[in-house]
Design a protein around this ligand. Structure first.
Ligand code: TXA
Ligand code: MG
Length: 312
């Protein structure tokens, strides 16, 4: 591990990309101030250049290096949720290369909650890190997912399986009102409680430019097609992969999974199921329809990711 960590430090310093663990999903890290390194990230992922990257830092004080204005709301939320799965979008300083922000005048920042990656950032400085999948594929939550997408091409800093399994909440604090651009495990309710006023949930009718550019692209797709399950399914085809969340009893099988209201477990495993369905050559994944978002903080991000992988 010591050797692998040292290699990661050297690769980043030499302007290369390295896959790094975070509590949400694995990231494809590069030196945020090295334009050539950031460019490699876009090329390796096959990512459209107008989809900006999140800059990962290891200490709140590094915000000043990146952001022009740091509103009180940002400090409150950073103190409450960092290190953790909340990304904050602020007006950027000129030092942040345009390639990082896809030409926007804002920068997205977070401190990831993983000791290895925090230690790495302490050695290298701020790192850009999009999810470490090829563009359009499910985000990687385990080292083997990265090998699936990239083979031996990428050095992986192995930090075990991601604890949360869904990407961070993205919150825009660069405008007049805090706006959720991507729901994550830090919920609207949790943010509102810290701020002392209610922020509105993600609005689907925002002008497109206000939304995260990444949300326009197809995401999180395995080869199998994904649909919400019709109610009352009790017969199982070997060609279909089934994911239940409610407390019903189902047969035990590699293609049938039941979470008994454990939404943390479902979030953690979702992208692994997408990939496993492909390995089992299932042509379809059926997911039991989720209850209203108020029931659990993970329901809103789960619905968001699943709907986007359905393409609706
Ligand atoms: O949990 C996560 O956020 C993971 C881990 C590795 O930190 N990273 C991740 O990165 O999911 P990525 O690149 O797959 O998704 C970043 C999202 C995209 O939807 C992107 O458009 C949005 O954040 N984003 C980045 N910078 C932005 C900005 N300046 N303004 C608005 N949205 C931004
Ligand atoms: Mg991604």
């Amino acid at each position: 591990m010591k050797q692998s960590f040292q290699k990661a430090v050297e690769l980043i310093r030499a302007g290369n990309v390295v896959a790094v663990p975070t509590e949400t999903v694995y990231g494809l890290a590069a030196d945020a101030f090295n334009i050539t390194a950031v460019k490699k990230t876009f090329e390796i992922k096959g990512r459209p250049p107008d989809n900006p990257l999140i800059v990962h830092i290891s200490h709140i004080s590094q915000l000043e290096m990146l952001a022009e204005e740091i509103p009180e709301t940002a400090l409150k939320l950073a103190n409450a949720f960092w290190p953790g799965p909340l990304t904050i979008v602020l007006k950027k300083k000129p030092i942040v290369p345009d390639i990082v922000t896809g030409g926007l005048n804002t920068v997205a920042v977070r401190i990831p909650d993983h000791p290895l990656t925090q230690k790495l950032i302490e050695k290298t400085g701020p790192l850009t890190a999009p999810s470490a999948n090829r563009s359009g594929r499910p985000s990687p939550t385990r080292p083997e997912h990265i090998r699936e997408d990239f083979g031996e091409e990428i050095h992986i800093l192995d930090g075990g399986n991601s604890k949360i399994g869904l990407e961070s909440t993205v919150l825009d604090l660069s405008g007049d009102h805090p706006t959720i651009l991507r729901p994550g495990s830090v919920s609207v309710k949790m943010i509102s409680e810290v701020l002392g006023f209610t922020i509105s949930p993600e609005s689907t009718d925002l002008p497109l430019k206000r939304k995260s550019p990444g949300t326009h692209y197809t995401h999180y797709k395995p080869a199998a097609s994904i649909s919400w399950m019709p109610s009352g399914v009790r017969e199982f085809s070997p060609d279909i992969y089934y994911i239940f969340h409610s407390e019903i009893s189902t047969p035990e099988a590699a293609h049938i999974h039941s979470y008994q209201k454990n939404f943390e477990g479902l979030a953690r495993d979702l992208y692994d199921h997408y990939r496993t369905a492909d390995h089992l050559s299932c042509s379809q994944i059926l997911i039991e329809s989720l209850p209203p978002s108020e029931n659990h903080p993970l329901i809103s991000p789960l619905k968001d990711r699943i709907n986007r992988s359905i393409g609706s």
